[in-house]
Design a protein around this ligand. Structure first.
Ligand code: MN
Length: 188
């Protein structure tokens, strides 16, 4: 699969004296299925851990966005854009709304908590380097069991921008430049 690392690493390298490594990827896919939502996916242990976020990510730390966990997806699904036919899982139109790399920010007592462990504990913080979405985001589980649910919240950092609405102002695919309607009309 193509990794969008190169230009992100350059941007990040300017600020962060971190040795260049292979940062894991994230992707946010706009998905016009039964109901419109944004699938937020993080590369963890070779798969894409996934949440459906009905309203998409916010840039305002005061906005809590519901994030409902969904099936892990294979890594190469991060590149998928197109139309899933009726009757198939996820039927509807999928757009790569944003993608990039992320870094784990989760700490406990000054120590980094690995993402896998953090997910098990129900709290993970990540720094996203997307083309649209940037900065720290916290994912916190607030309900367990059959109707497990999490919240996706912008952390209060230099990239926090209350009053912006990226979902509305940046509606196009980062891979094809198309809107979800254009993808649906073209059928692929
Ligand atoms: Mn979906």
């Amino acid at each position: 699969m193509s990794r969008p690392d190169d230009h992100h690493r350059k941007r990040e390298g300017a600020r962060t004296p971190e040795p260049p490594g292979d940062h894991p990827i994230f992707v946010i896919q706009k998905h016009d299925a039964t109901t419109l939502h944004y699938d937020f996916r993080l590369e963890v242990d070779g798969v894409l851990k996934s949440w459906a976020v009905p309203k998409g990510p916010s840039t305002d730390p005061k906005e809590k966005r519901l994030a409902v966990p969904t099936e892990d997806h294979p890594l190469d699904y991060a590149d998928f854009e197109g139309v899933i036919p009726e009757g198939r899982y996820g039927a509807g139109t999928v757009m790569v709304w944003d993608r990039g790399t992320y870094r784990n920010l989760t700490r406990k007592g000054g120590q980094e908590v690995p993402v896998t462990e953090a997910l098990g504990l129900g709290h993970v913080s990540v720094w996203l380097e997307g083309e649209k979405v940037r900065g720290g985001y916290a994912l916190t589980r607030f309900r367990t069991g059959k109707s497990e649910a999490w919240l996706l919240v912008k952390m209060d950092d230099a990239e926090a921008k209350p009053g912006r609405d990226l979902v509305a102002t940046e509606p196009r695919s980062v891979v094809s430049g198309r809107t979800i309607e254009e993808i649906a009309a073209e059928g692929f």
